[in-house]
Design a protein around this ligand. Structure first.
Ligand code: PMP
Length: 362
């Protein structure tokens, strides 16, 4: 059976590789001879436990995660981590440094401030979040328990091109919109977390990789499900986990391994985004609002000469099966999100369309 598939440039939930969706379809009615779907399977069954263990093993292999870290599969999206991080890592009188580089770090700061005294070490708000503050300008506190950053700001389209130097305190990273798309040096991190729905699965599940020694110090009186130790001690099965989402993450991890691992994802990310930035740099018709040094490989915001032209662009792009190119409602303009599941052909199709559109209307 053939299906009509489009290139979906949405910021998430995002495109998944066809091979992954086909495998999920293939296994939907009868997962490996069990006579049932993963959806219908007990999370405590042998079958599902093997799915969970394999997913973790594959993720560990992809990111070279050592035994010094726990891999937690959690509900509540990346947003829940905005609260879990301070509730587990900070006592009431502790402080942490946060880098404010866009709307997602902004939300994390707002949430953390509910629980602790948070220090903004640097902010690009005055530049409309179109850049990342130069490291020489950061004001790191003497007593911060961690340095928090958002490795890729999904809305503004700025991305750290290397991990920030925290001078020894652990990094905490929201990697929701670039997880598994570039190599990382894990030993600098205390916690790295990501919602799955952009680069490695469906919504409903997030992964947090947490250094062992940071688990077990949660605030008194917080809900059980906010305590990393509860998840550690129950293998993330304190309550019923989102089993089908977890299984799909596992299929994605295997697919990434088959493609050549994180290095292959990084190469593809460079290739896709370079196609876009080359066009934006050559054109007087399209404009990129982001400082070229910190351009994201995952989310490429751009504008056209006026709003009418942007509307026309969106309508014609849709006709050409290039969809969800609207910019975030808070910033307008357009945005192409190019995550792990976006084939190079998708980026090529978009760039070809953009060149043709410019010829006709530029
Ligand atoms: N952080 C970043 C960088 C994001 O892009 C998003 C979602 N767009 C979130 C956090 C929130 O993720 P969730 O919806 O899974 O809570």
């Amino acid at each position: 059976m053939s299906h009509h598939r489009v290139y979906n440039f949405g910021p998430g939930p995002a495109m998944l590789p066809k091979a992954v969706l086909e495998q999920a379809r293939e296994e939907l009615l009868d997962w490996q001879g069990t006579g049932m779907s993963v959806i219908e399977m007990s999370h405590r069954s042998k079958g599902f436990i093997s799915i969970a263990e394999q997913a973790e093993a594959d993720l560990r292999e992809l990111l070279s995660i050592t035994d010094d870290y726990r891999v937690l599969f959690l509900q509540g999206g990346a947003t829940t981590q905005f609260a879990m991080v301070p509730l587990n890592l900070l006592g009431k009188n502790d402080t942490a440094d946060y880098l404010h580089t866009g709307q997602w770090s902004g939300k994390a700061i707002k949430e953390a401030k509910r629980f602790a005294d948070i220090h903004i070490a640097a902010s690009s708000e005055a530049d409309n979040f179109s850049t990342i503050p130069e490291i020489e300008t950061w004001q790191i506190s003497d007593n911060a328990k961690y340095l928090y950053f958002t490795s890729n700001e999904t809305i503004g389209g700025v991305e750290f091109q290397a991990y920030p130097d925290s001078g020894g305190i652990p990094l905490v990273c929201d990697a929701t919109s670039n997880f598994l798309s570039r190599k990382i040096t894990l030993d600098k991190y205390g916690v790295i977390f990501a919602g799955a729905q952009k680069n490695f699965g469906p919504s409903g599940i997030a992964v947090a990789v947490v250094r062992n020694d940071l688990i077990g110090h949660a605030r008194e009186g917080i809900p059980s499900l906010y305590d990393y130790a509860v998840h550690r001690d129950s293998n993330c099965m304190y309550n019923t986990p989102p089993t089908f989402s977890w299984y799909l993450c596992g299929l994605m991890f295997r697919w990434i391994k088959e493609q050549g691992g994180v290095q292959a994802m990084e190469n593809m990310a460079i290739e896709r985004s370079s196609l876009m930035y080359q066009l934006l740099d050559e054109s007087d018709f399209y404009h990129s609002p982001v400082n070229p040094r910190y351009r994201s490989r995952m989310n490429v915001p751009f504008t056209l000469p006026n709003e009418d032209m942007e509307k026309r662009f969106l309508a014609e792009a849709k006709e050409a099966d290039l969809v969800t190119l609207e910019g975030h409602r808070s910033v307008g303009g357009l945005r192409a999100s190019l995550y792990n599941g976006m084939p190079i052909e998708g980026a090529r199709a978009l760039v070809d369309f953009m060149r043709d559109f410019e010829k006709r209307y530029g």
